[in-house]
Design a protein around this ligand. Structure first.
Ligand SMILES: Cc1cc2nc3c(=O)[nH]c(=O)nc-3n(C[C@H](O)[C@H](O)[C@H](O)COP(=O)(O)OP(=O)(O)OC[C@H]3O[C@@H](n4cnc5c(N)ncnc54)[C@H](O)[C@@H]3O)c2cc1C
Ligand code: SF4
Length: 448
């Protein structure tokens, strides 16, 4: 898949990856071996019939390809763009060890875009209505998927979203140059076309009370992991320090890049330092580049340990983000306003529980990077507001909601899934959790 030229794309927020043409998609689809036991499907958390949709593309039947994907995945244009396919379907593709794995993500994106650009064959509201009412809290991928699956089964779903726009991280976190917002909106509109009611600007636990919430026949909590972590280093309270979450929300959701046309400002800075190495850190760094700053990203482990998708790292480097590996910020310098970030060199010692090396600071090996903005992207945890308000919910050590394999919490008719249960994870895992919980809620209704 081709990308836009660096010197063009660095000036705007338009999408970087250009997508396949029809001819390119057919060529790529023709490489698929149509395996009898397709390993790619075992690597897909929502179980898309990957060989079937690829075969439809190879035959030029793009509409059938899109319909096949949507049987299991209501957000295909989104997943085709942001899923970590390299560790999922493509990572499991049998061609990985012989040749290059099939570019399943790009094919999914192609089929979804092809259909959307020609007008969706939107799934309509289910004709058989059960009369059961389900409240979904949060409109990220977990909430949207649960809502679609429940509506498909004839249940009346109301999604409550605290922000003024639906989509969760898809809207406020992932920048438009990776995931255009009109695509997010179009796929959300498909879910709403199934009869799902969306109420934005409703903070459940405040503008919707807990008794009102629990009065629904079932509840699915999908409030995500929007609480940013901070390093707790000296100088963090100074002007010019942001969590990546706040920085990205200001630009992606509140359009701070267009201030004062839009009301929300952001300090763009001329020298930005980002701490972290995941997708969130790469997104913050690449946004900061587009805001005109020179950007340095500091990561405490080695380059090969960077948790961000490889494509994001490559794009960040191409766009001029400097990455310093094996280093960590230890102090922010300045007098009320950040002027520099003091870092220490890290050495790798032993392996931690996840198999990654444990970084340890090297005594006296410190250095300073000049900076007027410092962005922390070192992890997020579940937003505690609603979880604390609902008494009787079992909460795990990381502030996550404890659920069983069906997504059921410690309260019988309350289910949960996505980042609020797993901690910060991925779009497709959140969607998988939404599907699982919806099926369990449906079973519960049938058994009552
Ligand atoms: C910057 C960034 C980049 C990422 N990049 C990728 C990527 O490339 N690929 C990938 O797979 N994953 C990526 N992720 C992770 C992925 O986006 C999340 O795992 C996923 O969005 C989790 O979905 P969710 O539905 O559980 O929660 P969220 O998407 O967080 O949605 C939760 C929603 O609940 C709402 N909410 C919270 N509390 C309340 C309340 N009390 N009342 C009403 N509404 C409430 C929030 O406003 C939010 O809209 C990224 C995350 C971030 C932050
Ligand atoms: S594993 Fe790879 S080659 Fe086999 S069906 Fe899946 S995508 Fe095609």
């Amino acid at each position: 898949m081709l990308d836009r030229k660096v010197n063009e794309r660095i000036r705007d927020f338009h999408e970087v990856a250009l997508g396949f043409s029809a001819d390119e998609a057919i060529l790529e689809a023709e490489r698929c071996l149509q395996c009898k036991k397709p390993l790619c499907v075992t690597g897909c958390p929502v179980g898309i019939d990957i060989p079937a949709f690829i075969s439809a593309i190879a035959a030029g039947d793009f509409s059938v390809a899109a319909t096949t994907i949507k049987e299991q995945n209501m957000l295909p244009a989104i997943c085709g763009r942001v899923c970590p396919q390299e560790t999922q379907c493509e990572g499991a593709c049998v061609l990985k060890n012989k040749d290059t794995p099939i570019n399943i993500g790009a094919l999914e994106r192609f089929a979804a875009d092809w259909e959307r650009e020609r007008g969706f064959s939107a799934e309509q509201k289910s004709r058989e209505q059960t009369g059961r009412r389900v409240a979904v809290v949060g409109s990220g991928p977990a909430g949207l998927t649960a809502a679609a699956e429940l509506a498909r089964r004839g249940h009346k779903v109301t999604i409550f979203e605290s922000l003024h726009e639906a989509g969760g991280v898809l809207s406020y976190g992932i920048p438009a140059f990776r995931l255009p917002k009109e695509i997010v909106k179009a796929e959300i509109d498909q879910v709403l076309a199934m009869g799902v009611d969306l109420k934005v600007n409703y903070l459940v636990g405040r503008s919707v009370s807990v008794p009102e919430l629990l009065a629904f026949d079932a509840v699915f909590i999908a409030t995500g992991a929007g609480l940013p972590g901070f390093m707790g280093i000296e100088g963090e309270q100074m002007n010019g320090v942001y969590s990546a979450n706040e920085y990205l929300t200001r630009v992606n959701l509140m359009h701070a890049d267009q201030f004062p046309v839009f009301d929300t400002p952001v300090k763009a800075g001329s020298r930005v330092v980002v701490a972290g190495g995941g997708n969130v850190a790469m997104d913050a760094a690449r946004v900061a580049r587009r805001m005109g700053a020179r950007v340095t990203l500091v990561y405490r482990r080695r380059e090969e340990d960077l948790p961000a998708r490889r494509e994001e790292v490559v794009h960040a480097l191409e766009e001029g983000v400097e990455i310093i590996n094996c280093a960590a910020p230890i102090r922010l310098l300045g007098d009320g306003v950040v002027t520099g970030v003091e870092c220490v060199t890290m050495k790798m010692c032993g392996l931690d529980g996840s198999g990654r090396p444990t970084p340890e600071p090297v005594a006296d090996q410190t250095f300073v990077i000049d900076a007027d903005v410092f962005i922390e992207a070192i992890g997020q945890s579940p937003n505690p507001l609603l979880i604390r308000e609902v008494s009787g919910l079992s909460i795990g050590a990381r502030g996550n909601l404890v659920v069983d394999d069906d997504g059921r919490t410690s309260i019988g008719h309350v289910f949960a899934g996505g980042d609020v249960a797993t901690g910060a994870a991925t779009v497709i895992l959140a969607m998988g959790a939404g599907k699982t919980a919806a099926a369990a809620i449906d079973r519960m209704f049938k058994e009552q």
